[in-house]
Design a protein around this ligand. Structure first.
Ligand SMILES: Nc1nc2c(ncn2[C@@H]2O[C@H](COP(=O)(O)OP(=O)(O)OP(=O)(O)O)[C@@H](O)[C@H]2O)c(=O)[nH]1
Ligand SMILES: [Mg+2]
Length: 354
């Protein structure tokens, strides 16, 4: 699956950087799944702090109004700015190879000013111009960030609902970490959000040598993403075969491979990017990732049974992606990924005043 990523504002830019890092580390030819990326901001320093988005694709907007310093949570200001600069932003995006794309993905902090104010107009324009689905990764502010951010988030969600094909939510309220610097906390959250992303994209590109028992493709991912969505992933490591006689066995060691697959999916459901009631889920996409010997048919079947029971009202699309882990994960193990979608009644969004 091929996605063009556009991050707007501070959160959007950083999340785009994290998604790119995750893709570069896990996909052989990263341009195949993410042909291009952009970062758009009213704050110059945010753009300069990025590492992966190509320099030529970092666009500073609103120079006469914001003077390179951001809009200080004022959505109306960034709305005016994007209105004036939409055609030049569009021209920049048009210089990239958009022909083979499956969709656009816009990343923003819902509670800020720049990303939240400009994403709806840009999303609408992209959908009209390219006739491609436009999805949004939207970060919900933590409660401690205050009423203004919550009000911004509520307004942004209302506007995005009308012009996009779906919003993937990430809730800072449940994922931020106390006792570390804000920078570190953002890094940890962005890692969490980006970790499973390359495997979802790869699953949608069935060109690899190894093909799973059951393949999910780009159209399955698109059909699943509808309305509000959340993502969850977890890794269950296999025991070390040769060293295991010297070590005390842990409960994980005793799990057989079928149970490890099921565990990976159950754990993924408990670690979603925002809280939701599983009874309200309309579409589920599940993906088991790992070396093919770790992905037995029985494991896939068992995890499907669990999902059907836990989410009785959902349509399930399930698949597996055989890969060899590299780097730190060189040890064997399985990753379970869940995309839960079509969710109504998000407790957190209700509280924002929607
Ligand atoms: N998860 C996550 N949240 C972030 C990150 N950076 C900022 N945020 C959150 O994003 C929201 C603020 O949005 P920003 O993206 O900073 O705002 P902006 O679009 O740059 O707009 P202005 O700064 O007002 O011009 C707050 O809820 C922050 O906690 C990040 O790297 N990761
Ligand atoms: Mg900013």
């Amino acid at each position: 699956m091929r996605v063009g990523i556009i991050g707007i504002g501070q959160a959007g830019g950083r999340i785009t950087d994290s998604l790119l890092e995750s893709v570069e580390k896990n996909v052989k030819v990263s341009e195949k799944v993410v042909p291009f990326s952009f970062a758009i901001n009213t704050a110059k320093s945010d753009l300069m702090g990025l590492k992966r988005v190509p320099k030529k694709n970092r666009i500073l907007i609103g120079q006469t109004t914001a003077r390179g310093h951001g809009v200080g949570l004022k959505r109306n200001v960034s709305k005016r700015i994007i209105k004036q600069e939409l055609s030049s932003v569009k021209r920049e995006i048009g210089t990239e190879e958009t022909y083979h794309l499956d969709s656009f993905l816009i990343a923003i902090g819902l509670g800020g000013g720049t990303g939240s104010g400009s994403a709806p107009a840009l999303a609408e324009e992209l959908a009209d111009t390219y006739e491609l689905p436009v999805h949004v990764i939207g970060v919900l502010p933590s409660k401690a960030e205050g009423k203004l951010m919550e009000a911004n988030a509520a307004r942004t969600i209302n506007e995005l609902k009308k012009v996009t094909d779906g919003i993937i939510l990430f809730d800072n309220e449940i994922w931020s970490t106390d006792g570390v610097s804000l920078k570190k906390s953002y890094q940890m959250m962005n890692y969490e959000l980006a970790r499973a992303f390359p495997f979802l994209l790869q699953a949608g590109e069935t060109t690899g040598k190894k093909v799973g028992i059951k393949v999910v493709d780009a159209s399955d991912i698109m059909a699943t993403l509808d309305g509000f969505s959340v993502l969850g992933w977890s890794e269950v490591r296999a025991p070390r075969r040769f060293l295991s006689i010297f070590r005390k066995k842990t409960s994980i060691d005793r799990l057989d491979i079928t149970t490890r697959c099921e565990m990976a999916i159950i754990n993924a459901s408990a670690r979603t990017t925002a809280q939701c009631d599983m009874k309200n889920v309309k579409n589920v996409l599940s993906l088991l990732v790992g070396p093919s010997e770790e992905l037995p048919r029985s494991g896939i079947e068992r995890s499907k049974q669990w999902i059907t029971k836990a989410m009785p009202n959902a349509r399930l699309r399930a698949g597996d992606l055989p890969i060899r882990w590299t780097g730190k994960l060189a040890r064997s193990g399985v990753m379970g990924i869940l995309m839960l979608s079509g969710i109504r009644n998000f407790p957190r969004i209700k509280k924002l005043g929607n």
